[in-house]
Write a protein that binds this ligand. Structure first.
Ligand SMILES: Nc1ncnc2c1ncn2[C@@H]1O[C@H](COP(=O)(O)OP(=O)(O)O)[C@@H](O)[C@H]1O
Ligand SMILES: N[C@@H](CC(=O)OP(=O)(O)O)C(=O)O
Length: 573
């Protein structure tokens, strides 16, 4: 088959073409399989790169107006779903601790520029603890009265931090002064209304990312690295209207790819994007993706552009065997699968946003978790698959202050529809359920406190009473608070070994496990214990699985796999 290309003014054919043209043929070959592709519509283009040099590429046009610059010199071309062959190569996301001060911003800029071969999209969180401070300021504004807004300690803190940073970096105050004024006006509005709705809350916290990205972009430009700031809600990150915990919609991917790609083609500059934020599809208001949501912004952009790698830079040497605040001897895990990472994030490891692995997994783009304080450390690489032959336990996750419900049917054994009825009550009340262990007539479950709205709900005793009231129509209900879930993320092929070892440790510690649940993905086994015993258990389990990996524990009989509060069951939820 002969494929013809129109390159510049000349005409060329597949056999014997130069390298650039072969790249274009490859693109044509891929694109021709896509709907909307119109063959023969090519033009060459000389392009200035970020350093002011020129780089030759071929601009390939598709029918829908999508264009792609195909690089020469063996730079592996990657295409987004929409047919864009991105010039950008990686996403580099920096969390709050990585951009907490002027000093940190300088270090991050140096770090980004120390990879001259990369053309990154930078995603930033708010500086340090700004998001928490904004939320606290909002809460205070509700009751302090309009005339006392300027007395709010957290507002002064935020102003001082951002103005000092701007000053220390030697950039213009005007970069953020308008936003600081708007923030004060917003707090006055909250004080006037005496209420802080979820929608307003999202708008309020958005000031953190909007300021950090403006400061960092101005700094990059000041030091001669051309950068361009983007607010995610203007970039095309479209979400549901679930304020404080919005989901990203699929329309986001082509919109983000188009905007970033076109801007880069027209005028290359490092994109610096606000993490955590989006735009509600119906409300058009600013939404947020849940706490820690900048990780999800990073993977979403990675997928949109079909980038080579997604890097999330934190203040730890990667994903660790355990939260270092709970067990300081925790060690980095060198390699994880998307499934393992998603599971440990979902079960409460703060290091990654629970939904952040989805876009990366869907587009099979590796995620690297690195330490911005220690860039030499190898970090954690998260990919589709890894060698599990030696793996037993990967990580231990502790989620505390959980509410557990023990529900036993008042109907006769064998009544069908009991479980359906229980779950329909949770659905009606909009409550998210976390771990479950069941039998035909009884069910133990834990309520998910990771969603902001449900955390508030759980804190409201009256709401919980309402749950119990509804359930009591069909069952005897016991509400057990102050429980912890210890999740063991490990190799499914070794689940019996994990259980055997874990139960031996817990028996030695004299701990009674109140519920066991092995998730559908089977890389996770969750044990519910009392809050007061949880940290001790995690320490002992960590010692057994990681600190003394060679010590073999005495063999025990096979443990039951699914147990709820009232009885031991053989099923696995
Ligand atoms: N398994 C774990 N591995 C690494 N860090 C963890 C783990 N569990 C909890 N953490 C906590 O997560 C923090 C990093 O996540 P986060 O604060 O969201 O980072 P950033 O704000 O830089 O994105 C660490 O400082 C650590 O305290
Ligand atoms: N600033 C937001 C979003 C975020 O992702 O932050 P971090 O990357 O610092 O966890 C938050 O605090 O939730």
């Amino acid at each position: 088959m002969v494929v013809s290309l129109q390159i510049g003014g000349g005409r060329a054919f597949c056999p014997g073409l130069g390298r650039d043209s072969r790249d274009a043929v490859a693109f044509l070959w891929n694109s021709a399989c896509r709907p909307g592709f119109k063959s023969g519509n090519f033009s060459s283009k000389k392009k200035r790169n970020g350093d002011g040099g020129t780089r030759r590429g071929l601009k390939v046009c598709c029918e829908r107006g999508a264009t792609a610059l195909v690089e020469k010199k063996g730079d592996k071309e990657r295409q987004s779903k929409d047919g864009y062959a991105s010039q950008l190569s990686v996403v580099m996301k920096f969390g709050g601790s990585s951009v907490a001060s002027a000093e940190r911003m300088r270090e991050i800029a140096n770090l980004i520029l120390s990879f001259p071969e990369e053309r990154p999209v930078v995603v930033l969180s708010a500086m340090g603890k700004t998001t928490n401070k904004l939320l606290q300021a909002g809460e205070k504004a509700v009751s302090c009265g309009v005339s006392h807004i300027s007395d709010i300690e957290e507002l002064s803190f935020i102003k001082e931090l951002h103005l000092r940073t701007v000053d220390e970096l030697g950039i213009d105050k005007s970069t953020i002064s308008v936003l600081l004024d708007e923030l004060e006006q917003l707090l006055e509005g909250i004080a006037m209304m005496k209420e802080l709705t979820l929608r307003t809350r999202d708008y309020l916290v958005s000031f953190g990312e909007c300021m950090s990205t403006r400061i960092f972009t101005a700094y990059l430009n000041k030091i001669g690295s051309k950068a361009r700031q983007y607010d995610a809600f203007h970039l095309g990150i479209i979400t549901t209207d679930d304020f404080t915990n919005a989901d990203i919609l699929d329309v986001t991917y082509p919109a983000v790819a188009k905007r970033l790609h076109e801007d880069w083609i027209n005028n290359p500059a490092i994109p610096v994007v606000t993490g955590f934020l989006g735009k509600g599809c119906k409300s058009c208001a600013v939404t947020t993706l849940g706490r820690g949501g900048s990780d999800l912004t990073a993977t979403t952009i990675g997928k949109a552009l079909g980038l080579r790698e997604i890097q999330v830079w934190k203040d730890v040497d990667g994903v660790l065997t355990c939260d270092p605040n709970i067990y300081p001897k925790a060690e980095p895990v060198p390699h994880l699968t998307f499934e393992e990472a998603a599971e440990l994030a979902y079960f409460g490891a703060q290091v990654l946003h629970p939904q952040s692995m989805r876009p990366a997994r869907e587009s099979d783009i590796p995620v690297r978790v690195k330490n911005s304080y220690n860039p030499q450390a190898p970090g954690t690489l998260i990919t589709k698959a890894r060698d599990l032959s030696e793996a037993v336990l990967t990580s231990i996750v502790l989620k505390s202050n959980i509410t557990m419900l023990d529900i036993v049917s008042t109907r006769m054994l064998g009544q069908f529809g009991f479980l359906a009825k229980v779950f329909s009550i949770f659905e009606e009340l909009g409550i998210s359920v976390d771990c479950v262990a069941t039998s035909e007539v009884s069910i133990s479950l834990t309520l998910d406190p990771s969603k902001v709205w449900s955390r508030e709900l759980i804190q409201q005793a009256s709401e919980l009473d309402h749950v119990a009231e509804e359930l009591q129509k069909i069952a005897v209900v016991q509400l057990l608070q102050n429980r912890s879930i210890i999740s063991l993320i490990g190799n499914v092929q070794k689940s019996s070994l994990i259980l055997e070892k874990a139960f031996n440790v817990l028996r030695e510690e004299g701990v009674n496990v109140q519920m066991i649940s092995q998730g559908a993905s089977k890389v996770n086994i969750s044990l519910v214990v009392h809050d007061s015993e949880a940290k001790k258990c995690v320490g002992a389990l960590h010692s057994a699985f990681f600190d003394h990996a060679d010590d073999s524990l005495p063999e025990l009989g096979s443990a039951g796999l699914s147990q709820n509060g009232s009885s031991m069951h053989s099923s696995i939820s």
